[in-house]
Design a protein around this ligand. Sequence first.
Ligand SMILES: [Zn+2]
Length: 271
Amino acid sequence: MRVTEPILAVVVIALAAFVATQSTVYSGNVESAQSGTIAAVVPAEGDPDMTAPRGTLNAGRATGRVAPRTEYVLDIPRDAPLPPSDMRRRIAAGASGTYMSQLLLARDSVLTRWPDRLLTPLRVWVGDGGMHEGWDTLFPTLVRDAFDEWSQSGVPVRFTYVRDSSSADVRVRFVQGFSEGISGRTIWSRDSAWWLVGANIELALTHAGGTRVTRDQMSAIALHEVGHLLGLDHVDDPSHIMAPRVRVRTLSEADRATVRLLYSVPAGSLR
Ligand SMILES: [Zn+2]
């Protein structure tokens, strides 16, 4: 566990090094860089019919990978790890009203999250999809609103929006569509102590059947993918934004409570 002293100069230098490495990493084939350590390569779930009567949206499962060591040597300060018994005690004490038990099942009892980013907000770059069919100039605003809605749920993470993708911690790209019958996908990377260090989100403009993604649907899928970005996984109950087939359009109280509980402990294993 490396802990960098929170001296501003150090942090600034660290960020520069971090970003340089990130852009190198992401210029490669991120899809093939998934880790086998985290329940990583999970196929997208079933129903490719995006125009289902109930407005169901199929969201892609988040996948993760271990970042190369150079990515996290110099980075934002992190909380010290907690012994698994302390992690279990804290999680159990706050589990009421959350779907933390399903998150732990999905992630093999390991919690991944970002280090606190209140003082140095996560830098988010949202791309332009103007070259694609179905583009709506309001989409970037809807995506930023989704980030901000999560940020206001009580997590110690703030977001700032940058114009240069090479200086971003999180990159959001609009794509025409996915062949797997999904509408969004998040791929994050983490360090060896389970702290998240970077993420790419892709959002589709057309569903598998060819119909265009509406503004409501874009908002919902963006909320779902930002939930993955923060460290959440899928929950069976469709009344939450983190259901694999998204039916709701806003965060539920359990969505908020679960992410708050996740951020009440350091990243790490409960086993
Ligand atoms: Zn998902």
